[in-house]
Design a protein around this ligand. Sequence first.
Ligand code: XMP
Length: 312
Amino acid sequence: MFRADKFVKEKVEELKKKIKGRAIIACSGGVDSTTSAVLVHRAIGKRLLAVFVDTGFMRKNEAQRIESLFSRLGLNYRIVDASEDFISALRGVTDPERKRKIIGAKFIEIFEKVAQEFNAGYLVQGTIAPDWIESGGGLRDTIKSHHNVGGLPEKMNLELVEPLRDLYKDEVRKVAEYLNLGVKKSQPFPGPGLAIRIIGEVTKERLEIVREANAIVEEEVEKFYKFEERPWQYFAVLLPVRSVGVHGDKRVYGYTIAVRMVDSIDGMSAAYFKAHHELLDRIAIRLTREIKNVNRVVYDITNKPPATIEWE
Ligand code: XMP
């Protein structure tokens, strides 16, 4: 049986001994990186700098939410707005793996600069067990290159610290709850963000569509279900498929949104969520009414495997 109190006590002691100088962490505001940051902050205080690189691919209002979270947790932090950089780096790119690689490389470039300025000797990462297992950690073939794994330490000549390396998602949540991080209600969100929820090229227009669509899906699910009844993950994907529809008495050729909801323990496998039709109704009505150019909504009914949770 996993005990969060014991884990925290032992981990903080271990980190105190291990980290001699300054450390830096790229913090997305998600459970994994925030929990790692707080553990290291408990061990070394202001010698840890938490950096949030705003790629522009975050969810609606997320940058503001992260800033207030960091400030509430008392972390020493820096927010870098790099959204223009990221979108230009992805111009014309459609291949999912290339997207991830480009986002990863850009991220490293920006993060490296901040690390040098801070004179960091250690790099803290929120890697958890499924990350390295799925990223070619030796146990399985590489399925997707998760950008928060690999790349950073080799290039940066920093000593790597991974406080959550041996934990699975549900255990990390227990630790986060024990530490009272107030991130209990959040669902997993991929590092490359909305960029991998736009199938095909990422443009500002598409980004706005998927951001709005995602916000609607989240809002409706959270209104419909109490916390315990909600799916493990629920989001919108913008497909490159356009289809014919009617708007008033005009024919339109609009975008398609795929709604995905899954239940899972740790993201390694997942079952599609048997959502109530009334909820799906509400989502479809709002998506097509409130978002210009969206005229079709489909619901993804595949499990993982054979599908992955994300579409890219
Ligand atoms: P897949 O799509 O591989 O996703 O079934 C499993 C879980 O991981 C999340 N995910 C990512 N997380 N960087 C991340 O930090 C990524 O590149 C990435 N891709 C997928 C996904 O949202 C799901 O919870």
